[in-house]
Design a binder for this molecule. Structure first.
Ligand SMILES: NC(=O)c1ccc[n+]([C@@H]2O[C@H](COP(=O)([O-])OP(=O)(O)OC[C@H]3O[C@@H](n4cnc5c(N)ncnc54)[C@H](O)[C@@H]3O)[C@@H](O)[C@H]2O)c1
Ligand SMILES: [Zn+2]
Length: 377
């Protein structure tokens, strides 16, 4: 059945793909509310050219109470994707991140709790960052949820996680949804609060709410002008500007990279499947890959004359390993990711290469800024 769907942040990377799929695959009626943040979209106040013409676009903020109140009166489904998304940047733009990510969500929930609305279903975009370090195991002591590595260890460039009891090197395990919160940035904290507030209000007022924890999403339309976001976009724009990717630590840290179309699959399943009510799901690929491997694959595909730089520096708050256990999403939603990194990254590369002018590489400015704030050592 056709639904009226509001997507906050729908002009962004993930949102714009979701708009396409909801229109073309499902024929739903879509409204996008997006403030077109300058850091993501540049100075323009026009929606990006890739935004589907068939959606109803509104340029405005989730912080605008009366605008949100009007929109929630006539939409049945809300995908809440609008957010500030730079982990490192959140450690000095504290007010901006809490205003957008916490107050913005509070604004939405306040309306659902107090005003007339027609919202039946709320889907919240959360993040793997709420876990901090992923689940691990010690050969002697069993399952461990490690704390961040300490400064002394990192200064000695001992990158691996060790057991707090016996000192053995820990083995990374797949991180499931019952892993405790351990946020190590203001961004991650804001996502934790957003999750908990939304589930609480959803339950209290009988609004079917689902939380989706995305791992590292990549694909076309990822902002290349925003130096604070995805590592794949940063590597791609450096390589196109004839600069090697810069890898922190030794490159052997592992992550879960998930293609944006797989994320859309999960977002749509969360809307359609009744057992998603009140639940939290990891959305990842379920595959572990080192940053070294990511840098190598991308260098080979984009600018094979270059070699990645392993700078043996570290960023405050960075984790060593976090890869998704996606068995809950598979079982309850029928989620089945379709893209390997090798295959999926071609989309991102083709898109970057298709841009009229090669993207300006702004990663050095961002590195300098993080470094000036004492966040890289
Ligand atoms: N990309 C990832 O790897 C990833 C991983 C985990 C979670 N997420 C989450 O997914 C969501 C979408 O992220 P994305 O990667 O598409 O980022 P993005 O920056 O491309 O999209 C976010 C959009 O929100 C808009 N926005 C920001 N503040 C707003 C406001 N006050 N009102 C209305 N719109 C506003 C921006 O203009 C942008 O278009 C975010 O909630 C993010 O935290 C992303
Ligand atoms: Zn041990």
């Amino acid at each position: 059945m056709q639904k009226k769907i509001l997507i906050t942040g729908g002009a962004g990377f993930i949102g714009s793909h979701l708009v396409d799929e909801l229109i073309t695959l499902k024929n739903h009626e879509i409204t996008v509310l997006d403030s077109l943040e300058e850091q993501v979209h540049g100075k323009t106040k026009k929606p990006p050219t890739f935004l589907n013409d068939e959606c109803n676009f509104i340029c405005g903020s989730i912080l605008d109470y009366s605008l949100m109140k009007e929109l929630l009166k006539n939409h049945e489904i809300v995908y809440h994707l609008a957010a500030m998304v730079g982990v490192g940047q959140s450690m000095y733009e504290i007010k901006k991140y809490t205003d957008t990510n916490i107050q913005g969500t509070a604004n939405l929930l306040n309306i659902l709790a107090n005003e007339d609305h027609s919202v039946e279903k709320l889907i919240i975009a959360s993040s793997n960052t709420i876990y901090g370090e992923g689940k691990s195991s010690c050969p002697n002591c069993g399952i461990i949820y490690p704390k961040l590595r300490n400064e002394t260890q990192l200064l000695q460039k001992q990158w691996d996680l060790t057991c707090p009891t016996c000192g053995s090197v820990l083995k990374p395990e797949f991180t499931d949804e019952s892993t405790p919160f351990n946020p190590s940035s203001v961004y991650a904290l804001s996502k934790q609060v957003q999750e908990q507030m939304s589930l609480l209000i959803g339950k209290t007022y009988g609004i079917n709410t689902t939380i989706l924890r995305f791992f590292l999403v990549y694909g076309s339309r990822q902002s290349l002008s925003n130096p604070y976001t995805g590592v794949c976009a940063i590597f791609a724009s450096r390589l196109l500007n004839n600069k090697p990717p810069i890898v922190f630590e030794d490159g052997l840290q592992t992550r879960d990279f998930v293609h944006v179309k797989d994320i859309c699959q999960g977002l749509i399943l969360a809307m359609e499947k009744e057992p998603a009510r009140g639940q939290i799901f990891n959305l990842g690929s379920g595959i572990s890959i080192t940053i070294k491997k990511v840098a190598e694959i991308m260098t080979k595909k984009i600018n094979p004359k270059l070699s990645p730089i392993y700078n043996q520096n570290y960023r405050i708050g960075d984790i060593r390993h976090c890869v998704a256990d996606i068995s809950k999403a598979k079982k309850v939603l029928g989620y089945k990711p379709l893209y390997s990194f090798e295959k999926g990254v071609n989309d991102l590369i083709e898109w970057v290469q298709d841009q009229a002018s090669p993207p300006k590489d702004v990663s050095n400015t961002a590195l300098k800024e993080l470094s000036n704030k004492g966040l890289i050592r």
